[in-house]
Design a protein around this ligand. Structure first.
Ligand code: FES
Length: 101
């Protein structure tokens, strides 16, 4: 595990999500009501780009089929068997740091 800077806070306005590629992996870094979170950027439903989605009512919405994921737990309210990996995230200064495996 290593804290890695994936974004600066200005990159991720409130209630938005961005796609970040790091060492060949895709991540979705979101700001849900002021809380920065990082998830896998690959939707567990069918591989959609979660980081190209939106944030609605605190949930990350995949752009392909609009399934929603809780950015704090990775849970999918539509299908409790689906879960997207989430990673510990913190802000230091203007940096969004993510504890990557
Ligand atoms: S691929 Fe994300 S909802 Fe279908």
């Amino acid at each position: 595990m290593a804290w890695t800077k994936l974004a600066v806070i200005g990159d991720v306005p409130k209630d938005s999500v961005i796609e970040v590629e790091h060492e060949g992996n895709l991540y979705a870094v979101c700001n849900a009501d002021g809380e920065f979170r990082a998830l896998s950027g690959v939707c567990p439903h069918d591989g959609g780009p979660l980081g190209q989605g939106t944030v609605s009512q605190g949930l990350v919405v995949c752009p392909w089929h609009m399934w929603e994921f809780d950015p704090s737990s990775g849970a999918c309210p539509l299908d409790e068997t689906l879960n997207v990996p989430v990673y510990p995230t913190k802000v230091e200064g203007d940096s969004v740091l993510v504890d990557l495996p």
